[in-house]
Design a protein. Structure first.
Length: 509
């Protein structure tokens, strides 16, 4: 099954779009709003999906969130959802269109990971999260753009073109799950899934003005997620509000025997935790984060105002210390690149993906990987191979693992006295396309507030908390919780969201 290499779903069969126009703005509603309308028969799942497809046609030529989409198959799913609704069935996501980052397996659909080396690869099976979405009634449609193999903070490393921020198309949407964030912020889908290795959900959610949730490591199965760094990767969601994030987490969570890192913890009723009551809850303010060099004054001001609002709602701010914060970036890029060099060794031109022949196996490997991988992927493979090599393993990789343990202990100690930790999600708002592409170190610092969460294996969520002045760009507030403490951070995030209007703001597309 060879998919056309085109963007913005422009290869849809036009005859499939000749159904009557759906009620306006269905594509801008939340999961909870649509679920109510679908089950009361005010609208149909086909109309909801058609509204999303129409929006893709209107705006994705500029934003490039989508890499591919099988419209006919998606409409078939929507019609099946309508039949289930007509039969009186209920399910958490019945009839809701959800897009997936192109690193999550969907049977018989493209799985390119944003790379030329897998450009024409089609997945033979569904990821566990895909199966769970289907069981919950979701219409799983579209493959959305990403940095190649999830390596990047801007989606500029995609082999198929850069996605654009819907608030300013001259700026990046964040990464590596940039396409997932853009698709939600631009109303091209109702929600989406992405993956977060060092902030790749929370950072683009902050830059695009939506809610991005990274669950605790082991809460959501990674079966069917193409690995970047196996001890850091975690699937999570993008949504319009916190209630939708809670609903999605309840659907995709749970133990999976096919994933050895999946933890057999019971799955709470996350929406039930959204009581709005956070009186007496203690929120930690890490002094190391708020004193970070390079923190934009407008971002700091928005976060300070958000903390004040949380205090008005009854939360108690407490200054805390995470003393090993300064070592987090170096630790992350040693561990992540080491694991990446091992995980990407499988792409050799022999078993699947691109194959560029040579006179012997060594030349075949070299030709295939040289032409198939982009510059950033090559850079990280080389660095990872170096830190794992004889004579350097103890000096770099082993030491990084020891520091990782110290970073985790910092968080666990902090959670003995606070219920959650509040930080900026990113040090700045979205920067311009190309501004940092020639300086990898500056690009890596885009994740300075998010990657410690992955090193520690805890949970985190980013929610909108304001805008810069000119240009007007979204700012994100990050809430970090203890392992399997998603209920707590969702409760705090929801209370803040209900007391503000930031999540209701829309880009002028």
């Amino acid at each position: 099954m060879r998919l056309p290499r085109q963007t913005a779903c422009s290869w849809y069969p036009r005859s499939l779009s000749e159904s009557p126009s759906p009620p306006a703005m269905l594509n801008s509603l939340t999961i909870s709003e649509l679920t109510s309308r679908l089950h009361s028969r005010e609208v149909t799942a086909r109309q909801v999906l058609q509204a999303c497809l129409d929006q893709i046609r209107r705006v994705d030529g500029r934003l490039h969130a989508f890499l591919a989409c099988d419209e006919a198959e998606a409409l078939t799913q929507a019609d099946a959802a309508d039949r289930r609704i007509a039969a009186g069935e209920t399910a958490p996501l019945l009839g809701i269109p959800i897009a997936l980052k192109d690193v999550i397996a969907v049977k018989d659909q493209r799985l390119s990971c944003g790379s030329k080396i897998l450009e024409n690869f089609v997945s033979p099976y569904d990821a566990t999260v895909t199966e769970k979405l289907r069981t919950a009634g979701a219409v799983v449609f579209g493959r959305v753009n990403m940095d190649e193999f999830a390596m990047g903070s801007s989606t500029e490393n995609s082999a198929f073109g850069t996605s654009r921020n819907p608030w300013d198309a001259d700026r990046i949407p964040g990464g590596s799950s940039g396409g997932s964030a853009v698709a939600v912020a631009a109303d091209e889908c109702i929600a989406s899934l992405g993956s977060d290795t060092g902030g790749s959900i929370r950072q683009p959610a902050a830059l695009c003005g939506c809610v991005g949730l990274k669950p605790t490591y082991g809460r959501v199965s990674r079966y069917g997620l193409v690995a970047y760094a196996s001890s850091l990767d975690q699937i999570g969601s993008f949504s319009r509000d916190v209630r939708d994030a809670a609903t999605l987490l309840g659907v995709i969570s749970g133990h999976d025997r096919r994933d050895s890192t999946s933890v057999p913890e019971p799955v709470p009723d996350y929406p039930a935790a959204l009581t709005g009551d956070i009186k007496g809850m203690k929120i930690g303010l890490p002094k190391e984060y708020l004193a970070t060099q390079g923190l934009d004054p407008e971002v700091k001001s928005a976060v300070d105002t958000a903390v004040s609002r949380l205090q008005e709602l009854g939360a108690e701010p407490v200054e805390i210390s995470l003393p090993h914060t300064d070592y987090a970036v170096a630790t992350y890029y040693i561990i992540a690149t080491a694991e990446a060099s091992a995980n990407l060794a499988r792409f050799d031109g022999i078993r699947y993906g691109l194959r560029v022949d040579g006179k012997d196996p060594t030349e075949l490997y070299s030709n295939t990987r040289g032409q198939g991988f982009g510059d950033e992927v090559k850079r990280r493979i080389i660095l990872g191979t170096y830190v794992l090599s004889s004579g350097y393993y103890d000096a770099y990789y082993l030491r990084a693992q020891k520091v990782r343990t110290l970073i985790r202990q910092d968080f666990l100690k902090a959670f003995e006295t606070v219920d959650a930790i509040v930080t900026p999600t990113t040090p700045t708002a979205a920067f311009k396309v190309g501004e940092k592409s020639e300086d990898p170190l500056q690009m890596y610092l885009s994740d300075i507030f998010t990657l410690s969460c992955n090193l520690a294996g805890i949970c985190g969520v980013s929610i909108p908390c304001g805008f810069t002045g000119s240009p007007r760009l979204p700012i994100g507030l990050q809430l970090l919780g203890k392992p399997f403490g998603e209920e707590t951070i969702l409760r705090i995030a929801h209370a803040y969201e209900q007391g503000t209007e930031w999540h209701r703001q829309k880009p002028a597309l």
